[in-house]
Design a protein around this ligand. Structure first.
Ligand code: MG
Length: 377
C-alpha cells in the first residue's frame, strides 16, 4: 500500500502509540513457516483473524462457561466470556499503550481448548488420560492451533507467531521460574479474572442461585451497591443489579490500570527485554486483590459448588468417562478426520482430543447415539 499521508503502516502506528516496553509487531520473532507480510494487517492482527475464523473458536458458542444451556439462554457461554475478556483486555491495553492486536489474539485464543462441560469436563478428561499425559485446556489450545486446525493443504496448524504461542504456553504453568511473560500476556490473564468475577456474579444472581443481598457480604459487591445507590435514588431491582455488575467491571479495570501504570512509572522500563527479565507482575492493588480473593472464595463455595451445578458436573463426568472408554474400546466410532490422529498421537490421546473438541450439545448427541444403554449402535 502506498504510504501517503492518508495511511499509516502498522509499524508507524505502533511507533506513535505504543510504550517502549510494549511488544512491537516489527520485533516479532516470526512464524515457524515464514510468510510474506500482509499489505496492511500486522502479524498479530492476522493471528487474531486466524483464531477468529477457526472452527474451534466458533464452537465456543456451544460450550458452557459455568452454567449449562439447559439452565437458560441469557448467561455467558465460553464464547461470550471470551469476547468480554477481549473487550476488557483491549481497553486496558489501549490505556497502558500496549499492543492491542496481540492482546486481542491472546484473549480469543485463551479458552479455545476448553472441552465440553467446562472444568467438570476438563477434570474428568485429565483423570481418564492420566497415563497418557493428562489433559489441560491451556495445553490443548496449543494443540488445536498447531496441529488440529488447518489453513492450507499439507500444513497443519494456523502458523501463529512466536509471541502468541509463547503467551499461551505461559498459561500452562504459571508457577514456572524463568523469564516473565510480556505485559500483554499478563494483562490478558488479569482481564480474564476481572471478567469472570463480574459475569459469574451477574449470571448467578440472574439464575437465582444467590441473591444480590447474599453477594453483598463481599466487600467488592457492597462497594458497587453503595456507588450505584449514591448515584441513583430510585432503582428497580434489575437496574440495581445491572449497575452493580457494571461497576464491578469498572472498579477492577480502573484499579488495574492505575496500579499497573504507577508500578510501570516506578520501574521506568525502556524495552520489553527489561520487562521479561524483571519480576514485574500486572495485578490489581493489594486492596482490590484481597477483595477479589474474598469474592472468588464466595463464588467457589456458593455458586460453582451449588447443588444444581454439582448434579450437572457429576452427570457430565459420568458421560465423558463412559465416552472416553467407549471410544478407546471401539476406535471405529471415531470419525475419519480423527483416525489419522490415532496413528500420530495414539488412541487414548486421539479419543480424548476428539471429545475435547465437542460442543456440549454435540457431546450429548454423541453419547445418546453411541453410549446410551439399550440404544447402542
Ligand atoms: Mg477464560
Amino acid at each position: 500500500m502506498a504510504n501517503d499521508t492518508s495511511t499509516l503502516t502498522v509499524s508507524q502506528r505502533e511507533q506513535m502509540l505504543l510504550a517502549p516496553y510494549a511488544t512491537f509487531t516489527s520485533a516479532s520473532k516470526g512464524r515457524k513457516i515464514p510468510e510474506i507480510e500482509h499489505e496492511y494487517r500486522g502479524a498479530f492482527q492476522r493471528d487474531r483473524d486466524r483464531i477468529l475464523h477457526s472452527s474451534a473458536y466458533r464452537r465456543l458458542s456451544g460450550k458452557m462457561q459455568v452454567f449449562t444451556g439447559e439452565m437458560g439462554d441469557y448467561h455467558r457461554t465460553r464464547l461470550t466470556h471470551t469476547q468480554e475478556v477481549a473487550s476488557i483486555a483491549r481497553t486496558i491495553a489501549r490505556t497502558l499503550r500496549l499492543n492491542e492486536d496481540l492482546v486481542e489474539a491472546l484473549a480469543l485464543l485463551h479458552d479455545i481448548g476448553h472441552p465440553p462441560y467446562g472444568h467438570a469436563g476438563e477434570d474428568v478428561l485429565d483423570e481418564c488420560m492420566k497415563s497418557h499425559g493428562g489433559f489441560s485446556h491451556n495445553q490443548f489450545a496449543l494443540t488445536i492451533v498447531e496441529e488440529i486446525e488447518h489453513r492450507h493443504s499439507g500444513q497443519p496448524g494456523l502458523n501463529l507467531t512466536y509471541e502468541v504461542l509463547a503467551g499461551q504456553t505461559d498459561r500452562i504453568d504459571k508457577t514456572k521460574k524463568g523469564l516473565r511473560p510480556s505485559l500483554e500476556v499478563q494483562l490478558v490473564d488479569a482481564a480474564d479474572s476481572t471478567t469472570y468475577d463480574a459475569h459469574d456474579t451477574d449470571d448467578a444472581i440472574k439464575l437465582g442461585l444467590v441473591s444480590l443481598e447474599e453477594m453483598a457480604k463481599n466487600r467488592l459487591v457492597a462497594e458497587c451497591i453503595a456507588r450505584v445507590k449514591k448515584k441513583y435514588t430510585s432503582l428497580t431491582e434489575f437496574e440495581l443489579q445491572k449497575g452493580v455488575i457494571r461497576r464491578l467491571v469498572d472498579i477492577q479495570v480502573t484499579d488495574l490500570i492505575h496500579h499497573t501504570a504507577e508500578q510501570l512509572a516506578i520501574r521506568d522500563f525502556q524495552s520489553i527485554d527489561e520487562v521479561i527479565e524483571s519480576d514485574f507482575i500486572v495485578e490489581p492493588s493489594a486492596e482490590i486483590r484481597e477483595q477479589k480473593e474474598e469474592l472468588e472464595k464466595f463464588l467457589y463455595a456458593e455458586v460453582y459448588r451449588h447443588p444444581e451445578l454439582m448434579i450437572v458436573r457429576q452427570q457430565a463426568q459420568r458421560r465423558l468417562e463412559r465416552m472416553y472408554n467407549g471410544f478407546c474400546a471401539r476406535p471405529e466410532l471415531i470419525p475419519q478426520k480423527y483416525q489419522s490422529r490415532i496413528e500420530k498421537v495414539g488412541l487414548e490421546k486421539a479419543a480424548g482430543h476428539y471429545i475435547a473438541g465437542m460442543t456440549d450439545r454435540f457431546c450429548d448427541r454423541c453419547y445418546q447415539l453411541h453410549f446410551t444403554p439399550g440404544l447402542r449402535s
